[in-house]
Write a protein that binds this ligand. Structure first.
Ligand SMILES: [Zn+2]
Length: 459
């Protein structure tokens, strides 16, 4: 006979079900890492989380990040309510995913980690193609395809392209790898090839990939690609592509200023001239010059001698942030890096502030999205796109990845280097539960709580 004492009970919260877009009072009983019962009546549990006056919803799925198995980045993610992070984005990340997932499983992780196989920085370099301005040879394409296939067999959740990091990539090269993703039923995430101001051909290229490969396409960090006066046009193009039946979606975040390394083609002299950027538009986010705007000598110095310095481009129009996120096919993403490891996107407030900022600004302050719809963009929308059948849902049988937060207080505190603290934790997020275990309590990480699993696609 089934006992009615659960491992963990969340009592008295307002439960947000993103599939039915409802908000109802209730209690959740968790057993063996799953949601075992959702009921209006009181449940008994070995452990109890009181959620009176709080929102309880599925944990956030961050469809675009660069945490890639790094503990410090995962802790910042958990603090903002993320229970599943997707890595290997923008064409980067580890290539040997069997080893990556195995090591992660062995040492444990605060949250779940899904992983794409990255083309532009990772596969290309692995086959000896170090020049980002060259196209791959047919032999190199075959070699990359073999590595990509091994990654898909090991559970890569998709392919990622970072076309601005390898502007020389040929269409044949990326199409052939995208076809491989389609054969495995996995999506292709594309950091599009925006090579000049307002370059919307880059978006057409992403649509052609969807059309000719058969893979679903996720256009990455949309506001970073199409901010600056082109947002309405770019979104209308995505609308039309979807009306034509193309499986295209977008992810986007809560900041207008993106971050990447100074040594990449994104900040080449040619690109700076094309986009009309000056060194003073660039803010150092890591290293000895952290918090400083660049000048011409420092720009050249860092390009030449410290190419891994993370730079935040301080442009963008804050008013364009909401537009992409209001589309029903949009999912919220952070573009967060691993923090304190020298890897991508460290030192940007998105690592600590993105999701709470979404709920603070777009839901509470600006009233642009009802709560259940906002939660859907962080949960069920990415879960469906990524094929995560048991995540992003508040129903019996779903994985017990949950967030408990105060909708009146949830908000970001992280700021840009030199102005604020880029890793300041948010407020208003009380508890975060991963696979039935609490990893954040009273807004703090519980040291040693490592219930997160590698999420191998197709297994
Ligand atoms: Zn990117």
């Amino acid at each position: 006979m089934e006992t009615d004492v659960y491992d963990l009970v969340i009592r008295g919260g307002m439960l947000v079900d993103p599939e039915r877009a409802t908000v109802t009072p209730g209690n959740i009983g968790i057993r063996n890492g799953r949601i075992a019962r959702i009921a209006p009546d009181e449940l008994r549990g070995d452990r109890l989380i009181g959620a009176a006056g709080r929102i309880v919803c599925p944990g956030f799925i961050d469809s675009h990040a660069h945490i890639d198995g790094v503990q410090s980045g995962a802790e910042l993610a958990a603090l903002q309510g993320i229970t599943t992070t997707v890595g290997g984005n923008c064409g980067g990340g580890p290539v040997d995913l069997a080893a990556f997932f195995g090591a992660l499983e062995e040492r444990g992780f605060p949250i779940h980690q899904a992983q794409f196989i990255g083309h532009s920085l990772s596969l290309r370099r692995r086959v000896g193609l170090d020049d980002p301005y060259l196209a791959a040879t047919s032999q190199q394409i075959a070699d990359m395809a073999e590595l990509a296939e091994a990654a898909f067999r090991a559970g890569a959740g998709g392919l990622s392209l970072g076309l601005e990091y390898a502007p020389g990539s040929s269409f044949a090269e990326i199409l052939s790898l995208s076809k491989m993703a389609a054969r495995y039923g996995r999506p292709v995430a594309i950091h599009t090839r925006v090579l000049s101001k307002g370059d919307l051909d880059s978006l057409d290229e992403a649509f052609r990939i969807a059309e000719q490969s058969g893979a679903a396409v996720l256009v990455s960090h949309f506001v970073y690609q199409y901010g600056g006066g082109y947002m309405a046009k770019a979104l209308a193009m995505v609308d039309r592509a979807r009306q034509k039946g193309l499986p295209v979606a977008i992810d986007s975040g809560m900041y207008a200023s993106f971050a990447t390394h100074i040594g990449t083609p994104v900040f080449s002299e040619k690109a700076m001239a094309e986009f009309g950027w000056r060194p003073g538009d660039l803010l150092a986010a890591t290293g000895p010059h952290r918090g400083r705007r660049l000048n011409a000598p420092l720009y050249h110095e860092l390009r030449r001698h410290q190419p891994d310095t993370l730079i935040i481009w301080r442009g963008g129009d804050e008013r364009e942030i909401a537009l992409p996120l209001l589309r029903d096919y949009a999912m919220v993403s952070s573009d967060a890096g691993s923090s304190a490891s020298g890897a991508a996107h460290e030192g940007h407030p998105q690592c600590a502030g993105n999701f709470p900022r979404f709920f603070r600004k777009l839901v509470r302050e600006e009233g642009l999205l009802p709560l259940a719809q906002a939660v859907a963009k962080c949960t069920i929308v990415p879960a469906r796109f990524l094929g995560l059948a048991h995540k992003g849902r508040l129903r019996e049988g779903a994985d017990a990845d949950l967030v408990v937060f105060d909708s009146a207080r949830i908000g970001d505190r992280a700021g840009f280097p030199g102005i604020g603290d880029p890793v300041a934790p948010p407020e208003g997020i009380d508890s975060v539960i991963v696979a039935g275990q609490t990893v954040v309590r009273d807004g703090r990480i519980i040291p040693g709580a490592l219930p997160g699993k590698p999420l191998r696609a197709g297994m």
